[in-house]
Every structure is written in structure tokens, then in C-alpha cells.
Design a protein around this ligand. Structure first.
Ligand SMILES: *[C@@H]1O[C@H](CO)[C@@H](O)[C@H](O)[C@H]1NC(C)=O
Ligand SMILES: *[C@@H]1O[C@H](CO)[C@@H](O)[C@H](O)[C@H]1NC(C)=O
Ligand SMILES: *[C@@H]1O[C@H](CO)[C@@H](O)[C@H](O)[C@H]1NC(C)=O
Ligand SMILES: *[C@@H]1O[C@H](CO)[C@@H](O)[C@H](O)[C@H]1NC(C)=O
Ligand SMILES: *[C@@H]1O[C@H](CO)[C@@H](O)[C@H](O)[C@H]1NC(C)=O
Ligand SMILES: *[C@@H]1O[C@H](CO)[C@@H](O)[C@H](O)[C@H]1NC(C)=O
Ligand SMILES: *[C@@H]1O[C@H](CO)[C@@H](O)[C@H](O)[C@H]1NC(C)=O
Ligand SMILES: *[C@@H]1O[C@H](CO)[C@@H](O)[C@H](O)[C@H]1NC(C)=O
Ligand SMILES: *[C@@H]1O[C@H](CO)[C@@H](O)[C@H](O)[C@H]1NC(C)=O
Length: 886
């Protein structure tokens, strides 16, 4: 509650408790509701409204108590605990190379690793194909960018440049086992052709140092598996400058080399890795350290000394320039690479401006300083905490800051004075933990990102759900930028944000269906408005997109609308606020109370659990149809639910999506049979293999025990998953990082987790004796302390808490803590306690049920039929058989 007059949360709470909805609530619940309301009210109310402002203000945030800055804790080099290689195997797709926070230049060695090299480098045995300067981190989809790789030969067979390998198909070299080293702003690797490659970066340029053995002859085939004509080459380094990207998407381009200066330039048109359209990229390289011997160009295997430049029109594969050197004096060659999305001149200017001195030491030092400054928003007292856990923590935080990338000043699509960020990849992944974490530790950056989203709306006509390299990416579910924008609003990120345009943008998502809703906005909106759900057999004439995911899109649309209602209320659009608030209840239209959980056991026998009631697909006439409740969980048809695979859920099962009601957990818990049945179900979800922590929808269900009055179980599960699934090994994250997996582990280890889109953080036992987070008000810190911290991690249940010295029973806290600072202190024990368990301790839910009845919105839709509740195990009616629909 951060905004005095128009506090959206307070209004929402008031709306939730409006007389209409309140009618019929049993007397006892009324008291509970009133109690919860009062507590929320006190928390959210600006101090002066209470009439005791000064006193309470002093109590809550007075000078003596408001988070003093870690006195007496020795400063340690936190970068020591950042291991960028975590998540570079096992599908993590983490970018481990040199980058600044949100940096556009991202330099690393690219490996051939099929299906794994989305971010360029993979910790495996595959060959190194070159060194390139732009990447994304942690994505699925095709390999991203990797344009203009350099490849270095120490010399060519028989000293004949035509006998060197130029194209990606042939030029790979092996890595020296154990030679990879990465730290913030730095990456290095030795290859078996005798070269050590080191790299560091500025915002828009990369600096490489290639070191040679210094002997007159070099054995280039050590450990090499491919047969070569000659294994020994004379020492005369040759650098290949390819204009291809990692996924080989270049459609045209040009390249040139200056035979005197050795300056190599190139441009190309490429395809985005998970979207439509194309983008242009530009490159400029200069070399130092050796005299130029020969230069030339190549297209595939045709290598020549003349001409010195060429346009590539028809050729799809490797093509570019090369430069061969005499022996380098210091046995090292520096390559300085400028990149741009505007022009070759801009690429050269970026390099000249940012790295005029070719000083590896300076550039690396400044990169490290930038990381230290960003990560300095957090301090921990790590007494008794293992190196491994500290590494998991700091590395996760570090990865959270790799993307979206700051392309301000490099926007090739429009001129604007607004910031431009790219690689929102995808908001479906990042709204849940990454953006909320940035909102706390780097609110300035998060504000610029929100402004960039609004500027994208201004110039493109819709907010993105997914965006990379100036292209529209595929929308996975809802229009979840609505949540990011709503979250920014309620957390008071105001600096320079044009809220009127922001509001126009989210209303456009909610009201206007675009022609191609696979890449922006929402689909099936006419039915969404009329029926309150997306019918399986909808006839959508307003736009086209993959008519799949009716459940998962629907529950996300409902939450998007709910988040829009806060913004509407805060900006004074009261009628809209009620409309979107009501639409926030549309999730309930997917609830089939009869649906059973039927499956086959390992012997093939048909079994069922005693959990009844799941989100299910529905026909236009209201009748439920059937999708197996476990389809697309790790234990049943895992990989069947993608963008256009026909099922009604996206990358997850109805089991999972049946928990996605962050706006009304109270109602959901009632539908699931009350708190104890709910807890049984959520525990089953985590123990049965149906939950999957490698995808972002898995995060919130770890914490939803809070809503049933069992915060201890949330603590239990965070301590189960960390470190067993989130740890400091190269395969230490359970799925694509998306810059989000690390945000989850960082939050969980600090002792709280956001309910994105609401002013709510759920509290759990931290993994450190003390965590200090730099508050938004300068000089203040939000301190989370565990009085009797247990390094053995057996005492992981909060028994009691105080906030600024006063008893604190709520099992959640609001953002004000991170704005003003303060001290939240826990006492923990080995057994579940009573802290945070009472109805009035629980996080807010807005729906109140009328006695024995259904929620209001259920009655406003068409009557549903009996449906097919028992469903056959494998004959999932919903999925894949949609040919008969238009
Ligand atoms: C929210 O932001 C406004 C404008 O920047 C500021 O005046 C106000 O004090 C902020 N509120 C809090 C609680 O920080
Ligand atoms: C990598 O190469 C450098 C310099 O050429 C050498 O000093 C270092 O020992 C090598 N590292 C490994 C692991 O081979
Ligand atoms: C080059 O190295 C490979 C692998 O170590 C070795 O088998 C081969 O004999 C070497 N060639 C020469 C000419 O030394
Ligand atoms: C090789 O490239 C040169 C220069 O671009 C061109 O003149 C020649 O025709 C090419 N040769 C082949 C075999 O494509
Ligand atoms: C983004 O880049 C612009 C231009 O270089 C710079 O002014 C701004 O501070 C950067 N933003 C962040 C969050 O780093
Ligand atoms: C659907 O198309 C009709 C006809 O063009 C238009 O009037 C209506 O506003 C559209 N509805 C949505 C939700 O976009
Ligand atoms: C549901 O089944 C589980 C195990 O099969 C059992 O422990 C539990 O008591 C059952 N609950 C109800 C309400 O039947
Ligand atoms: C680390 O995490 C990975 C991925 O989640 C998991 O497979 C592995 O077992 C974990 N390793 C340890 C030592 O816990
Ligand atoms: C809805 O349509 C389906 C399929 O045509 C039909 O089986 C079902 O009986 C209908 N339900 C109602 C309530 O009309």
C-alpha cells in the first residue's frame, strides 16, 4: 500500500468485502474476514490515515529500528561465490560467458552441442566452433544469436591458407578437459589446437585475448577425433570471421576486410530464435599484437585472397573474411569486436568508444565492479552456511541480472527517448520471480524495463509476452505483461512511467483481439467476454492462433484481468476495476467438480486417487470434456503440451493448472475440500512426481501451503528442493534457467517469495542467519534475521516473528518492507509451530463465498452439463484431435 489516495490494493480489498459479496457469509467467517481486512488495512494504510501516524510510523520504521546496515560484518568478495557455469548442462541453457548486468555484449565459446547450445556454450564434450559476442541466457527454442563468430587457427597445414578450415561444418576444435574458467565479466577456455581464448566485455563490445604456445610448430590434432591431412602446422595464426549465427539463419548480408589495417566488418539479416520475422545485426573487429600477413574472403569452401569484400545474397552457410598474421611478438593476439543493431559504423564506434585502449585488465576490472555494485544490493551473514549453498545463492542472483538486455540506443525499429530492452524471453517465465526480484534489488532497471514494454506497445500496437532480437515471440499463455505492469504499479515504481499509456496497453490486451494472437495479445476474446472461458470448440472469427491451451490460457487471462483491476482502481477507472475484478473470477469456470484423477500404474492397471475436482476443458454449450489430469506432468506424456500441440494446458498438467488461482486461493481451497484436503492434495502434488520444478509454474505451488495455514510446509518444501534440485553443480538447475530459476532459489533462500501481481510476499525460513536487502529509501536496509539459525537446516519452521521489535503473526509481508527497510526477525524450531496458521494470518484472497452457494460469476455463465467426469486414462478427449474445428 504505497500510494496514499489511490492505493489499489486497499480498494481491491474493499471491493472484495463489499456488502453484496459479504451477504450470507456465516457470522464466524465474517469476523475472520473483518480481522484479516483490518490487519491488511493497517499494513497498507499510509501512516497519517491512522491518526496515530507518527507513533506507529516510528514503531514500524523508526530510525533506531529501520534496518541498519550490517555493522561489523567483514566485507567479502561475493563474486567469489558466483559460478556462471552452473546450469550449462542438463538443459539449463545458461549463458556462462562474459557479460555486464543486462549487457548486450555476451561473449563465449560456442559449442556444437545439438539441442543444448541455446546460449552458445555447453559443459559437455562437443567441439568449439568459434567465439561470438551476443547470446541469450537460459532459453528454450533454437540457439539464440551467436552472430559473427571468430575462429582461431594457430597456423594452416603446409602454411597454405586454403588448407585451413573455414566453415562451421569443418572448423571445430576440441577443448582441453578442465580448462574452462568463468567468473562475472570473464570467460576462458583452452582448445586442443594449442590456443587459450580469454574474453571480457563492455556494454556493446567484446575483447578477446588469444594466446599461442609460442613454438614454431603446433600439433593441432591433439585429442582430436577427426582425421586431418596434416597434424603439425607452422606458427602463423589465422582468424576466421564468419557472418553466420548459431542457428544458421542468416538470409543475406555482406562482409569486408581492410588488407592494411585488418579491420573486418560484416552485417547480416537473421531470424529470431522463438518468434517471427527477422532482425539485422552489424559487426566490426580490429586486431592487435601481430603484423598482418594475408587477408581474404571465403564462401563455404571457396577461400580466396581477392576480393576483400562481398555481398552474400544466395548463400545460406558460413561466409566471411579471414586475416592471417605473422608470429605475434608476445604470443598473443587481441581481437576487439564492436556490435550494433543500427549500422556497421555504430558497431565500430561502440568498440572505439568503449575499448579505445585494448586493455583487457581494465575492461575486466570494470565488468567485475559493475557486478559487485549490482549484487551489493544484498548482503548476507553466512556463518555456518556451506560454500556450496552460498554459491547456489549468489550465482542464482547473478543469472537473474543477465537479461532482459539493455538495447537502449540500439533500437533498429524506431526512434524514441524511452529506454529499450529486448530479450523478454518470455514474460510467461519471468513475471513470476525474475521481475519481482529485480523490482526489489534493482528497481531502476525494472522501471526502465516497464517503460520499454510501454514503448513497445506504443510502436508495435500490443505488449509482448515474448520478444527477442526486435521480433515478436510466441505467446505461451496469457498476456502476462499485464501482471508485470500491475506489479510495478502496486510496488510504486513510478519514475518516468506513463501510466495512462500503460493502462491503454493492458486494456487493449483485455479487450481487443489482434489478428495474430499467437504472437501478441489474447485469442478467443469474444467468448472470453461472453462466457467467461475459452470453449474447446470456439469459433473465433476475430483472429488466428493455435486453438490449444484453453485451460491454461483461461486461468492466466483471469489472473491478468485481476491484476488489471488494481491498475484500473489506482488510476481512477472505477467501473473498469469492477469489471476486471469480476473477470478475475473466470478461473472457476474451468472447475469440473466431478473430475477424477485417473491413471495407470506401472503394471498398466487403471487406478484413481481420492482427489476430485480439476480444471477441465469445456465446450461452447458449457459441457465439460476431458483431458487426463496428469497429461504433461513429468509422469505422464511429459512433452505433449506445447504451443500448438492441441492439448488444453501448456507445459504442464491440469493437476498443475488447478492450483493457478493466486487471486483467490481461499475459494480454491474450499473447492478442493477445505484446508486439510487442500494440504493433502498439494503434498501429493509434490511427492507424486506430478510437480516439475524445472518450469516456472512450479514455483508458487511450493508456497501455497501458506494459504491453508501451513506455512511450515512451504518451508519444508523449499528446503527439500534446495539443494537437491537447485545446487552449485554444472547441472544444478532442473530446467531452462530463463533467468528465473536463480530468482526462485534466491528468494527461497532469503526467506520469502512473491505472489507476482499482488503486494504479497510469503514468508519461510531463510537459509542464512541474516540477509540484508538495500531498501529503496537511501540508507535503509530490509533485514531478515533468524535469531536461532540452525546451520544443519533441521530447525526450518518459523515459531514466531517480530517486525521492528513488534510481534508479527502474518505469514506474509508487503512491499513496504523493501521500500522503507526494517528488521524482520524469526525464531525457528524443528517442529511445525503455530505461527502464521490462523485464518487472520493468511495472505489475502478476494472471493467470499455465499453460504452453501457458488461464486457469483458462476451463475452468470451458461449452464454446464454433466460432462464426462471419470474419463479414460489415455484417451484424452481434449488433446490433439481438433481437425474438425475451424
Ligand atoms: C511512491 O512513489 C511516490 C512518487 O515517486 C512517492 O511520492 C511516495 O512516497 C512513494 N511511496 C512510498 C511508500 O515509497
Ligand atoms: C591453458 O593455457 C594456458 C596458457 O596457454 C596455460 O597456462 C594453462 O595451464 C592451460 N590450462 C589448462 C587447464 O590446460
Ligand atoms: C599430435 O597429437 C596427437 C594426440 O596427442 C598424437 O597422437 C600425434 O602423434 C601428434 N602428432 C605429432 C606429429 O606429434
Ligand atoms: C570462388 O570465389 C571467387 C571470388 O569470389 C570467385 O571468383 C570464384 O568463381 C569462386 N569459385 C568457385 C569454385 O565458386
Ligand atoms: C541502459 O542503457 C542506457 C544507455 O546506455 C543507460 O543510460 C541506462 O542506464 C541503462 N540501464 C540500465 C538499467 O542499466
Ligand atoms: C471482434 O470483431 C468484431 C467485428 O469486427 C468487433 O466488432 C469486435 O470488437 C471484436 N471483438 C474483440 C474482442 O476483439
Ligand atoms: C485419500 O487417500 C489417501 C491415500 O490413498 C489416504 O491417506 C487419505 O486418508 C484419503 N483421504 C480421504 C479424505 O479419503
Ligand atoms: C543438483 O541439481 C540437479 C538438477 O536439479 C540434480 O539433478 C542433481 O541431482 C543435484 N545434485 C545434487 C548433488 O544435489
Ligand atoms: C453440448 O454439446 C455436446 C456435443 O455436441 C453434447 O454432447 C452435449 O449434450 C451438449 N450439452 C448440452 C448441455 O447441451
Amino acid at each position: 500500500m504505497l500510494r496514499s489516495e489511490t492505493s489499489p490494493y486497499r480498494k481491491a480489498m474493499t471491493m472484495a468485502l463489499a456488502p453484496l459479496r459479504f451477504r450470507g457469509v456465516p457470522r464466524r467467517s465474517r469476523l475472520v474476514v473483518i480481522a484479516v481486512f483490518c490487519l491488511c488495512f493497517m499494513l497498507f494504510l499510509p501512516r497519517h490515515d491512522l491518526g496515530i501516524g507518527k507513533t506507529l510510523g516510528f514503531f514500524l520504521f523508526g530510525p533506531g529500528l529501520a534496518g541498519s546496515h550490517g555493522r561489523g560484518t567483514p566485507k567479502i568478495d561475493i563474486l567469489r561465490f558466483v559460478d556462471p557455469l552452473i546450469g550449462t548442462a542438463n538443459g539449463g541453457h545458461v549463458f556462462p560467458g562474459a557479460s555486464l548486468p543486462y549487457g548486450m555484449a555476451k561473449a563465449v565459446a560456442d559449442t556444437r552441442s545439438p539441442a543444448e547450445n541455446a546460449a552458445g556454450f555447453v559443459s559437455d564434450e562437443h567441439q568449439i566452433l568459434g567465439y561470438s559476442h551476443m547470446h541469450d541466457s537460459g532459453t528454450g527454442g533454437n540457439p539464440s544469436m551467436g552472430n559473427f563468430p571468430l575462429f582461431v587457427h594457430p597456423g594452416c597445414p603446409d602454411d597454405d591458407f586454403t588448407k585451413c578450415d573455414y566453415s562451421t561444418l569443418y572448423r571445430g576444435t576440441n577443448r582441453v578437459p578442465g580448462s574452462v574458467y568463468a567468473s562475472p565479466g570473464y570467460f576462458s577456455i583452452n582448445t586442443t589446437n594449442g590456443i587459450r581464448a580469454e574474453m571480457t566485455v563492455t556494454e556493446h563490445a567484446a575483447l578477446y585475448r588469444f594466446t599461442f604456445p609460442g613454438t614454431d610448430h603446433i600439433n593441432v590434432t591433439a585429442y582430436e577425433d577427426l582425421p586431418r591431412e596434416s597434424k603439425i602446422v607452422p606458427y602463423s595464426p589465422l582468424i576466421v570471421i564468419d557472418s553466420l549465427d548459431l542457428s544458421g539463419s542468416r538470409s543475406n548480408g555482406s562482409f569486408a576486410i581492410d588488407p592494411k589495417t585488418g579491420r573486418a566488418t560484416a552485417s547480416g539479416r537473421y531470424s529470431p530464435s522463438f518468434g517471427q520475422g527477422f532482425y539485422d545485426a552489424y559487426f566490426c573487429a580490429d586486431f592487435r599484437g601481430a603484423d598482418i600477413r594475408k587477408t581474404g574472403t571465403f564462401i563455404a569452401k571457396n577461400v580466396t585472397e581477392v576480393p576483400k569484400h562481398s555481398d552474400i545474397v544466395y548463400h545460406m552457410g558460413s561466409a566471411g573474411t579471414w586475416v592471417q598474421f605473422h608470429k605475434p611478438e608476445e604470443h598473443a593476439i587481441m581481437a576487439r569486436v564492436g556490435i550494433s543493431f543500427i549500422s556497421i559504423d555504430k558497431a565500430c564506434a561502440n568498440a572505439e568508444k568503449e575499448i579505445p585502449d585494448f586493455s583487457f585488465l581494465r575492461v575486466e576490472k570494470e565488468a567485475r565492479a559493475a557486478w559487485k555494485e549490482k549484487l551489493g544490493a544484498i548482503e548476507v551473514d553466512a556463518a555456518g552456511v556451506s560454500e556450496e549453498l552460498q554459491t547456489t545463492f549468489w550465482s542464482g542472483l547473478y543469472r537473474t541480472l543477465l537479461s532482459p538486455q539493455n538495447y537502449t540506443g540500439e533500437n533498429q525499429l524506431w526512434n524514441s527517448s524511452e529506454p529499450y530492452f529486448d530479450s523478454f524471453y518470455c514474460i510467461w517465465d519471468s513475471f513470476r520471480a525474475q521481475h519481482p526480484l529485480l523490482t526489489i534489488i534493482d528497481p531502476e532497471a525494472q522501471t526502465e524495463m516497464v517503460r520499454a514494454l510501454i514503448d513497445i506497445y506504443r510502436h508495435v500496437g500490443k505488449l509482448p509476452d515474448c520478444r527477442m532480437t526486435f521480433s515478436k515471440g510466441y505467446t505461451q499463455g496469457g498476456s502476462n505483461a499485464d501482471i508485470v505492469i500491475g506489479d510495478a504499479f502496486i510496488k510504486n515504481l513510478t519514475q518516468g512511467i506513463d501510466w495512462d499509456t500503460a493502462y491503454e496497453a493492458v486494456v487493449s490486451d483485455a479487450e481487443v483481439e489482434p489478428a495474430a494472437w499467437g504472437v501478441e495479445g489474447r485469442g478467443n476474446l469474444v467468448s472470453w467476454h461472453e462466457l467467461g472461458y475459452i470453449p474447446w470448440n470456439d469459433n473465433d472469427v476475430n483472429g488466428t492462433g493455435p486453438h490449444s491451451r484453453t485451460i491454461s490460457r483461461g486461468v492466466e487471462y483471469a489472473y491478468d484481468d485481476f491484476c488489471i483491476s488494481f491498475l484500473a482502481e489506482g488510476l481512477g477507472h472505477t467501473e473498469d476495476a469492477s469489471k476486471y475484478f469480476l473477470r478475475g473470477g473466470n478461473w472457476a469456470n474451468y472447475w469440473n467438480p466431478e473430475q477424477r484423477d485417473v491413471y495407470r500404474d506401472h503394471r498398466g492397471e487403471v487406478m484413481q486417487t481420492n482427489f476430485t475436482g480439476f480444471m477441465q476443458p469445456r465446450l461452447y454449450n458449457g459441457t465439460f470434456i476431458y483431458q487426463n489430469t496428469r497429461t504433461c506432468s513429468p509422469i505422464h506424456d511429459t512433452h505433449s503440451c506445447y504451443y500448438d500441440t492441441g492439448f488444453d494446458t501448456y507445459e504442464g498438467s491440469p493437476w498443475l493448472y488447478s492450483f493457478f488461482v493466486p487471486q483467490d486461493m481461499n475459494a480454491l481451497i474450499k473447492l478442493m475440500g477445505g484446508p486439510s484436503r487442500f494440504v493433502e492434495r498439494l503434498n501429493f502434488f509434490h511427492t507424486s512426481g506430478i510437480s516439475y520444478m524445472g518450469n516456472e509454474q512450479g514455483f508458487l505451488p511450493v508456497y501455497q501451503f501458506h494459504y491453508a495455514g501451513r506455512p511450515a510446509l512451504s518451508s519444508y518444501w523449499t528446503h527439500q528442493y534446495i539443494p537437491s534440485l537447485f545446487n552449485a553443480t554444472v547441472n544444478g538447475i532442473p530446467g531452462n534457467d530463463d533467468c528465473a530459476m536463480g530468482a526462485f532459489s534466491a528468494f527461497a533462500m532469503m526467506g520469502f517469495f512473491p505472489v507476482a501481481g499482488q503486494d504479497v510476499y510469503l514468508l519461510s525460513a531463510p537459509f542464512f542467519p541474516e540477509v540484508r536487502i538495500r531498501a529503496k529509501i537511501p540508507g535503509k536496509w530490509a533485514v531478515i534475521r533468524t535469531k536461532n539459525f540452525d546451520p544443519e537446516r533441521k530447525a526450518i519452521y518459523i515459531q514466531s516473528a517480530t517486525l521492528n521489535g513488534r510481534r508479527y503473526d502474518l505469514n506474509w509481508i508487503s512491499h513496504e518492507f523493501f521500500i522503507k527497510g526494517g528488521v524482520l526477525e524469526f525464531e525457528v524450531g524443528e517442529e511445525e509451530g503455530s505461527w502464521g496458521t490462523r485464518a487472520e494470518d493468511l495472505p489475502p484472497s478476494y472471493a467470499t463465498w455465499e453460504e452453501g452457494g457458488e461464486p457469483e460469476w458462476l451463475r452468470t455463465i451458461r449452464p454446464g452439463g454433466e460432462g464426462k467426469a471419470d474419463g479414460d486414462v489415455d484417451e484424452g478427449g481434449g488433446g490433439g484431435r481438433r481437425g474438425d474445428r475451424s
